[in-house]
Design a protein around this ligand. Structure first.
Ligand code: PLP
Length: 358
């Protein structure tokens, strides 16, 4: 078969494991289903599923724009924000152009770069699991000086999987250094869980506005709609228009659009924000207890915690599986989603045993 030869050896996206009856802490999902009002709205919408969805997502874009103080022309929708990540690479990179991002970060970035035939340029996180933005800026300068065009930069904030956040001043300094025709994506999939209140929207309007910044967000995490696949982004009109040129038509379903709109209703927010608050306080509880156990946990602003166990991770992974708990193991450590208090209790009980065995 005539298949792209470079795909033979290419890594596939490895989703979080799902083991029957196990507690799944592998995909940073919400522990709770959509609100009843959201289920009612999407059920009603399902009866119109013989019709194509609004390809422009008019109502949802208008609502998101109004909440952000922007225009609908500044909003893009995608089949999950991961699709927008891909479309941004496709819209900015020709084959061979570079996509620069920290590593380890969201595991889809290298796959998306390759999909678009771009070159993934990974810049190691610093020793604290944080973005090293000066090193990223330097890599961009080196690549451009060597004749490689840099098309796109991802800054995952908070970073998946380490949970670290880049302070505003560091992003400002980075943006000052990066040529202002290179698109910089602030991937804020975990924004709602971030207590440091840094907010990429400051670059979309007002005195700090930058035409090359994109802010990506999602309904998959805080809004509990991961299975419906709806993400969104804010950017200048030129970038939104370029993304529309590579977007598959009708990729955000009518049910997903309706569920997202229902989740944005004023009366939905008290319950959703209570869930976010629970994640924040459970995260603090987990981190405090893991520290007390002497485990190498990083401070996190996502709905997950990161155990920098490195070489002990495979053993920890097996240990948790045996207790029917599933985290996400990486070569550098283990990411564990913050779940409901009862599931977090089960995780803590297992990690107490793990720490005792060390
Ligand atoms: C940093 C980051 N960005 C984007 C996504 C994609 O989310 P979705 O496609 O569900 O909106 C994820 C999912 O885990 C993520 O961790």
């Amino acid at each position: 078969m005539r298949i792209r030869p470079d795909l033979a050896q290419a890594a596939r996206y490895v989703p979080g494991k799902s083991i029957p009856d196990a507690i799944k802490l592998a995909s940073n999902e919400s522990a709770y289903g959509p609100l009843p009002s959201v289920v009612a709205a999407l059920t009603e919408e399902a009866s119109g599923a013989n019709r194509y969805p609004d390809p422009a997502g008019t109502l949802l874009r208008a609502r998101l724009a109004a909440r952000a103080g922007l225009q609908p022309e500044n909003v893009m929708l995608g089949n999950g924000s991961v699709s927008l990540c891909l479309h941004l690479v496709q819209a900015t990179c020709s084959p061979g152009d570079a996509v620069v991002f920290a590593w380890r970060s969201f595991e889809a970035y290298p796959i998306l770069a390759r999909t678009a035939m771009a070159r993934a340029e990974q810049v190691p996180l610093d020793a604290g699991g944080r973005h090293d933005l000066p090193a990223m800026a330097q890599r961009i300068e080196e690549l451009e000086a060597a004749g490689t065009r840099v098309g796109l930069v991802f800054v995952c904030n908070p970073n998946n999987p380490t949970g670290t956040v880049v302070p505003d001043e560091e992003i400002d300094a980075f943006l000052d250094r990066v040529p202002d025709d290179i698109t910089v994506v602030l991937d804020e999939a975990y924004r709602e869980f971030n207590e440091q209140e840094s907010d990429g929207l400051r670059y979309l309007s007002g005195p700090a506005a930058r035409p090359n910044v994109v802010v990506l967000r999602t309904f998959s995490k805080a809004y509990g709609l991961a299975g419906l696949r709806v993400g969104y982004g804010f950017a200048g009109e030129q970038i939104v228009d370029a993304v529309s040129a590579v977007t598959l038509p009708f990729s955000v379903t009518s049910v997903a659009q309706r569920a997202a709109l229902a989740s944005l209703e004023d009366d939905a927010w008290p319950e959703l924000s209570a869930r976010v608050e629970e994640v924040r306080s459970e995260r603090a509880r987990l981190i405090a207890e893991l520290r007390a156990l002497g485990l190498p946990v990083l401070p996190s602003q996502g709905n997950f915690v990161w155990l920098a166990e490195a070489e002990r991770t495979p053993a920890l992974d097996a240990f948790l599986h045996a207790r029917r708990l599933v985290g996400r193991a990486f070569p550098e450590g283990m990411r564990l989603t913050v779940s409901s208090p009862a599931e977090n209790d089960a995780l803590l009980a297992a990690l107490r045993d793990w720490a005792a065995e060390r």
